[in-house]
Ligand binder design. Structure first.
Ligand code: BG6
Length: 487
């Protein structure tokens, strides 16, 4: 299959940090279809050779084994090309059109790794240059808007030019191997389905914790914040994967229909839940491993009086027969105690106890997304062989089954962006977000944004290297539960 994969924002951060390394891995694994071109598009005046040199210099920052040798890069570089386009200048699109017509590839992918403010213009100009052919696919990176209205406006302008089947909205969390495994666990195995419901599950916790701060993205982050950056998309997609009903088949729309139903079933906010069930925080200065880290307000591009949240914890419910009354907790933040993403399913305790178990403990299924990729099933077992006083119940010890997917399947597994880019080339929409899902997610987070805009308190400061403000623990404690690391 011949393809042209065009990266708008071709010299930008996302391209060299994520997309090029992912394509290189696909190339190295032999899974990139032959006969393709990767075309960087940006405003800089570069030749193909200069673009290749630029990408090569960036590869120097890629970690260890994933970095290409000089020979490998030379072979990969043959795929790389460059076209200078000022995205707001209609005349420049002609140059791109010419370059694409040289080849007339069977598949043309336009990957918009640019500021979303440019999406509408780019779509219009692509159409004006006759580049919205039936074999064209368009990939949109998040953030797709900053609220429901702007998201709708982007989707509407894309729809003017492309059909929904041509639109690939990326949420790279859906490409993570652990998320594929969550679908496999739930819909490829019969074991857990009877347990996957309110009668057996006490609560579900979704944590996406990062150790890093906002790094060089202070200016972007100031107008975004953790709710828009992580909750509206990644965390809600994980919630959908864990809470959705089994789809009727594995086709894109069957899966997306079920995810949409979850989003539509999320409990509507009330003034009370907005103040009781949502906690926002902002990292303060602190020391990590002897290094002192600046507060968020001291980061480059950030206002010294900023009210932007770098942490969110919230509680919600999926109001349907399966889940009514089960709390779902979401927590995400920067500069936290660890880089760790996991979903913890806490089961109810046994209805009648004939053994003793450690206080507050119950069975748990932990789905690890990163850095570990695996499943842990926490059980109780007789392990201590202790002498036991007459008349006392036997004490059981926690023990767990540990399935480490990296060990089981090898670490050379397909990464999120590699998987998603190959899916775009293969025309598989399963792991991409449909416009109605996205709009529903915005509809649900918007009352939180509105509440914060009115709230005079602002985000609560938390020390770098902790699990966020103590109000997040207080929130979950009110339900009689605790976060997994506090157990
Ligand atoms: C991005 C956010 O979508 O996801 C970043 O914009 C965040 O702020 C990143 O750091 C986290 O992705 P990952 O794959 O490193 O967990």
């Amino acid at each position: 299959m011949s393809f042209d994969l065009v990266f708008f924002g071709g010299t930008g951060d996302l391209v060299w940090r994520k997309l090029m390394p992912a394509l290189f891995q696909a190339f190295r694994h032999g899974s990139l279809p032959e006969g393709g071109r990767i075309i960087g598009v940006a405003r800089d005046d570069l030749s193909d050779a200069q673009y290749r040199a630029l990408i090569q210099s960036r590869f120097a920052e890629v970690e260890g084994a994933k970095r290409p040798s000089a020979e490998e890069f030379a072979r990969f570089a043959e795929l790389l090309h460059y076209v200078r386009v000022d995205l707001s200048n209609p005349a420049d699109y002609g140059r791109l059109a010419e370059r694409l017509r040289e080849r007339n590839a069977e598949t043309v992918v336009m990957y918009l790794a640019t500021a979303p403010a440019l999406f509408t213009t780019v779509c219009e100009e692509l159409a004006a240059a006759g580049l919205n052919t039936p074999q064209t696919r368009i990939v949109l990176e998040k953030p797709l808007g900053h609220d429901l209205a702007s998201n709708r406006a982007i989707n509407a302008s894309v729809r003017q030019v492309f059909e929904e089947r041509q639109v690939f909205r990326i949420d790279h969390y859906l490409g993570k191997p652990a998320v594929q495994n969550l679908f496999a666990l739930r819909f490829g195995n019969a074991l857990f389905e009877p347990l996957w419901r309110r009668e057996t599950i006490a609560n579900i916790q979704i944590t996406i914790a990062e150790e890093l701060g906002v790094e060089k993205r202070g200016a972007f982050y100031e107008s975004t914040g953790a709710l828009r950056d992580m909750v509206q998309n990644h965390a809600l997609q994980l919630l959908c994967a864990i809470g959705m009903e089994p789809p009727i088949n594995a086709h894109a729309d069957a899966i997306r229909d079920e995810k949409l139903k979850v989003l539509r079933s999320l409990k509507a906010w009330t003034p009370e839940t907005l103040s009781q069930h949502v906690v926002r925080g902002q990292y303060a200065a602190g020391g990590v491993n002897g290094r002192s880290m600046p507060a968020y307000r001291e980061e480059k591009g950030v206002s010294p009086t900023s009210r932007t949240e770098t942490f969110v914890a919230l509680r919600t419910e999926i109001a349907n027969w399966r889940w009514a009354g089960v709390p779902f907790y979401i927590r995400t933040g920067k500069r936290l105690a660890a880089r760790e993403a996991h979903i913890v399913v806490n089961f109810r305790p046994t209805p009648h106890a004939i053994f003793q178990t450690p206080r507050g403990a119950a069975n748990q299924l932990a789905i690890h997304l990163q850095p570990k990729d695996g499943l842990e099933l926490h059980l109780f077992a007789e392990g201590q062989h202790q002498r036991q006083a007459r008349g006392t119940a036997q004490m059981l010890s926690p023990a767990h089954l540990d399935l480490d997917f990296d060990k089981r399947f090898g670490t050379e597994r397909v990464g999120a962006y590699e998987r998603l880019l190959l899916d775009v080339l293969d025309d598989r929409l399963n792991l991409f977000v449909r416009s109605d899902e996205q709009e529903e997610a915005w509809r649900w987070v918007e009352p939180i944004l509105d509440h914060w805009a009115r709230d005079t308190e602002g985000p609560r400061p938390y020390a770098t290297g902790t699990w966020g403000p103590s109000a997040a623990s207080a929130m979950i404690a009110r339900d009689g539960f605790c976060w997994s690391e506090e157990a």
